[in-house]
Design a protein around this ligand. Structure first.
Ligand SMILES: NC(=O)CC[C@H](N)C(=O)O
Length: 233
């Protein structure tokens, strides 16, 4: 698995992501600075990590989305390359037009940092092969702007085409406003683009991959990706 982790000023989760990618795939990812115009040759997975790019000024991810490297990511994605965006990475993918919709301030206007439950809606994507459809996983969130929204037509299309991959749920998989900590429409926690090769999600699966840290529930996402890419190689 030849992965590339993008790095922008203010990003702070890139090392957590790189560590997880190395742990699960055995291969060290390339760290790619935002001013680069090209991805390393042979890249088969681009990861846009979490953090506070440009101090969240304007709107989370809005400035990073205009970085030179994002043109290369757009070209990579247009050819079917796999792109994963986590938290600020999800915000950057929305702001760069790679995913529809936008992440607004959390409904309670507070920064929320805690574990949440996620229902995995589909297991037949390259990102969720390590899970079963309907499985509930526990992963952390840490965001101030995780409240996903899009216009009605876009939401209907995402739902109709099965592109909502993760939803905030209760531990039993129940979708209920009480478990939707940020107020996202339809409890949406993660979506894919129309090609199914770009995934954005607010929670941080990279932080729950080791039993010593309390949970390995995030591991399935990376293990599934590593398996898909090993098979393709
Ligand atoms: N952990 C993160 O990536 C946070 C994203 C963004 N800075 C927010 O607060 O919403």
């Amino acid at each position: 698995m030849k992965s590339a982790v993008l790095v922008f000023p203010g990003i702070n989760r890139e090392r957590d992501m790189a560590r997880t990618l190395r742990l699960v795939s055995g291969q060290q990812p390339a760290m790619v600075w935002h001013t680069e115009h090209e991805l390393p040759a042979g890249t088969d997975l681009v990861v846009v990590p979490g953090g506070f790019s440009y101090g969240d000024y304007l709107r989370c991810g809005a400035i990073a989305a205009r970085s030179p490297i994002m043109d290369a990511v757009r070209q990579f994605a247009a050819k079917g390359g796999l792109v994963l965006g986590v938290c600020n990475g999800f915000q950057i993918l929305c702001e760069s037009g790679l995913l529809p919709g936008v992440l607004m301030r959390n409904e309670n206007l507070r920064f929320i940092c805690r574990d949440v439950f996620l229902k995995v809606e589909r297991s037949d994507t390259p990102f969720t092969r390590g899970y079963n459809a309907g499985q509930v996983v526990r992963v952390p969130v840490a965001h101030g702007e995780g409240n996903y929204i899009a216009d009605g037509e876009t939401i209907a299309r995402l739902e109709g085409e099965g592109r909502v991959i993760f939803r905030y749920s209760g531990p039993d998989g129940m979708i209920d406003p009480n478990w939707n900590h940020n107020g996202a429409i339809n409890a949406i926690a993660g979506i894919v683009n129309d090609g199914g090769n770009v995934l954005g999600m607010m929670p941080h699966p990279e932080n729950h991959v080791e039993a010593e840290i309390g949970s390995t529930d995030g591991r399935g996402l990376f293990a599934g990706l590593a398996e898909v890419l090993k098979r393709a190689a």
